[in-house]
Design a protein around this ligand. Structure first.
Ligand code: BTN
Length: 332
């Protein structure tokens, strides 16, 4: 209940922006005393919101927390009219692992799980995903689609492209996609996607798309080797970003991108997105897979989403998986 009140108060503060929210009006609306409203405002302030209180005018929202906050995020999701089930954790082992547990216990789908911190964040190829820092987005989309497993790679690419489109078009953030699942800006990794699926009789039964995005992290808190190849959006922009608003917009976009993939309407947008956001277009790269390093020029992707590369003996080769490095560095 207290959470519902906080959501209603954040919504009212956002609606009143840039003006003041009258303490008595919100107290009447929520059938609470003004003292109780003040206690909720104090709680929101202690949790990172800046709220000004002026006698005879009321409360004014100055800024929201730099990290994911459950009531603020829920208020933003309601404003974005997101209809999916939603779970939030201050800290959890991994949102993808929680998704597996939810699926095993028969959760409704679509479901979105978000966390402010992960203690065992998982990356691709069994790697760790550094997730200790608050100020970032760690989230998993959970679906039960009836899809052929061969479509999984294209699905992951489509989701990455759609997240790039949202960040570029709605927030002016210069994100590009590096096949298969990295979102990069100014030559450094900002986000990664980990898709995990359970296959039953040639059909994908459960599908979890996990996404970690570095938003307001302080880079000096990161291990040296992470800092060498990754960055955060606030570092790129030189200012903090409104993380809860960003998360709500990305959740809305992720859910609509999934719908478009399932009803096939994505097909008419895929190529344009790919040419706009593919950072590897026409580039000379090295792809490392379990056979070793392979160098060549990128020609595009095939129907399944495998990367097509022309090698020095002019063979066109398709790679389903691997790590790509751009010759001469990552900068586009
Ligand atoms: C990669 O680039 O290696 C993929 C990283 C995926 C990280 C996200 S964070 C949310 C979700 N939960 C996890 O444990 N991993 C994914």
């Amino acid at each position: 209940m207290s959470q519902d009140i906080n959501i209603a108060i954040v919504t009212a503060l956002l609606d009143a922006q840039p003006g003041y929210l009258s303490g008595s009006a919100i107290a009447d609306q929520l059938a609470l005393s003004r003292v109780s409203i003040k206690a909720h405002m104090d709680q929101l302030k202690n949790e990172g919101s800046q709220i000004e209180a002026i006698r005879n005018r009321g409360y004014r929202l100055i800024s929201l927390p730099d990290s994911l906050h459950p009531a603020v995020l829920e208020a933003m999701l309601q404003r974005e009219r997101v209809a999916a089930e939603f779970r939030f954790f201050d800290s959890i082992d991994s949102t993808n692992s929680e998704a597996e547990r939810e699926l095993a216990s028969g959760c409704p789908t679509p479901l979105v799980i978000a966390a402010g911190q992960q203690t065992k964040g998982r990356g691709r190829l069994g790697r760790e995903w550094f997730s200790e820092d608050k100020g970032n987005i760690y989230m998993s989309f959970v679906f039960r689609p009836h899809l052929a497993p061969s479509r999984m790679q294209r699905f992951t690419l489509w989701m990455g492209l759609e997240l790039c489109a949202e960040l570029n078009d709605q927030f002016g953030l210069p994100l590009m996609l590096k096949w298969p699942n990295d979102l990069i800006a100014h030559g450094k990794k900002v986000a990664g996607i980990l898709t995990e699926a359970r296959i039953d009789a040639d059909q994908t039964r459960d599908l979890v798309l996990g996404c970690g995005i570095n938003i307001n992290s302080q880079l000096d808190n990161w291990p040296e080797e992470v800092r060498a190849r990754a960055t955060s959006l606030s570092e790129i922009q030189g200012m903090r970003l409104e993380i809860n608003q960003l998360a709500a917009a990305l959740i809305r976009r992720g859910l609509s991108a999934y719908d478009a993939f399932i009803d096939e309407s994505y097909v008419k947008h895929f190529d344009a997105h790919w040419h706009r956001f593919n950072v590897l277009e026409g580039k000379t790269i090295t792809i490392t897979d379990h056979h070793g390093d392979h160098e060549g020029v990128i020609e595009g992707i095939d129907e399944s989403g495998s990367l097509l590369m022309q090698d020095s003996s002019t063979n066109l080769r398709a790679f389903q998986a691997g790590d790509v490095t751009l010759s001469g560095g990552l900068k586009p």
